[in-house]
Write a protein that binds this ligand. Structure first.
Ligand SMILES: NC(=O)c1ccc[n+]([C@@H]2O[C@H](COP(=O)([O-])OP(=O)(O)OC[C@H]3O[C@@H](n4cnc5c(N)ncnc54)[C@H](OP(=O)(O)O)[C@@H]3O)[C@@H](O)[C@H]2O)c1
Length: 334
């Protein structure tokens, strides 16, 4: 497993982190713990969670998994988003919904449209104090490695009372470092020496190349990135509709059908552009864990990945020029 240094924790952690947003929601407790154990056995030491994840169940399930190996895993939880209110009837129906999804994956968009979503709550010193205590109880621990403000506003990131509450949490040893999660604008600004934030969690994929734009700021903190597979359908469509992009990917050594090529490119892009930080993936399926770890073992050329990603938003001629695809290669398929 490739490890990266997180200065704010004084520790080396796995460069791939496990995202637990689906733990307790789409993924039930038993299957979830199996997936977490499999990742741990493969060397993954970073686990990302929030009180709102898995309809409010993710922290408790992660706590079950982590309690016996607390000193060997790194946990980031958050404050600022509430889980949706789920009625008792809906909780009873959840296992039925999961079983139906396994048989009919096509119903996912309809189910997810029916589902209520987590929602943002205004941050306050009181909320931060009570939220971390509740998280620690659910996680069965007396500290988290990282506490992140979950989608804070720009104003919340710099507010005096919030900063004082975060500093108090550090002093009390309830968290070892503070982060901003999921708000790009507020987040990047937060990596200021005078503020307590030392890690920034942002989306990063070929269609949202947030890290590329912020490379110089990484010197002041650690980036934790997510959102890789939200770009999968778009990239598959690009590959299917633009022969030059397909040829450029073949030239770079990608093989398989459009989805396999897109998935490999997406993971390579995510890992290579955040090579000094932690890249989060949801990997409850064994084949996803294996695939993502295999990509980690490759060493793609960063500048080629970046140039091709930049070409996705340009026209076909631009793609050809950037990737050196000749006319006679246009019909080639990987
Ligand atoms: N700060 C924020 O606001 C914020 C927002 C979103 C996410 N996050 C964090 O980031 C984590 C990851 O979230 P994400 O949105 O980036 O999810 P993701 O890792 O892109 O995963 C989304 C889907 O892709 C699947 N997948 C994983 N590897 C794959 C592969 N090699 N090929 C095909 N499909 C694959 C996963 O399946 P399986 O899980 O079934 O294997 C999952 O269904 C979250 O769990 C959460 O911890 C934070």
């Amino acid at each position: 497993m490739k490890m990266v240094r997180v200065d704010s924790l004084g520790a080396n952690v796995s460069s791939i982190g496990f995202g637990c947003a689906s733990l307790g929601g789409r993924v039930g407790a038993r299957r979830g713990i199996e997936g977490l154990e499999r990742a741990y056995d493969a060397g993954i030491t970073w686990y990302d969670v929030a009180p709102s994840y898995g309809d409010g169940m993710a922290e408790s399930i992660l706590g079950q998994f982590a309690s016996m190996k607390r000193g060997r895993v790194y946990i980031c939880t958050k404050v600022g988003m509430r889980p949706p209110d789920i009625s008792a009837a809906m909780r009873i129906l959840k296992p039925i919904a999961r079983a139906s999804l396994a048989v009919f994956p096509g119903i996912r968009p309809r189910l997810s449209a029916m589902k209520s979503k987590p929602f943002k709550v205004p941050l306050s010193a009181d909320l931060i104090r009570t939220s971390i205590d509740d998280s620690l109880r659910r996680l069965r621990t007396d500290y988290v490695d990282v506490l992140a403000l979950h989608r804070p506003t720009r104003e919340e990131v710099v507010r005096e009372d919030i900063i004082r509450a975060l500093e108090r949490i550090l002093q009390d040893g309830k968290a070892r470092a503070i982060s901003i999660a999921g708000d790009n604008e507020g987040g990047i600004g937060g990596l200021h020496e005078a503020l307590p934030y030392r890690l920034i969690q942002i989306a990063n994929n070929p269609f949202e190349p947030n890290l590329q734009r912020s490379a110089e700021i990484a010197l002041r903190g650690t980036f934790v990135t997510y959102g890789s597979f939200s770009s999968l359908d778009l990239l598959v469509a690009k590959i299917g509709s633009d022969r030059e992009i397909l040829n450029a990917l073949c030239e770079m050594g990608y093989q398989g059908d459009f989805t396999e090529i897109a998935a490999a490119f997406i993971v390579d892009y995510a890992l290579a552009t955040n090579s000094a930080g932690v890249t989060l993936f949801s990997m409850f399926r064994k084949e996803h864990l294996v695939f993502n770890l295999l990509r980690l073992a490759q060493a793609p050329m960063l500048h080629q990945l970046k140039r091709l990603a930049a070409a996705f938003s340009n026209g076909p001629r631009q793609t050809e020029r950037m990737c050196g695809v000749s006319n006679d290669q246009r019909v080639k398929r990987c």
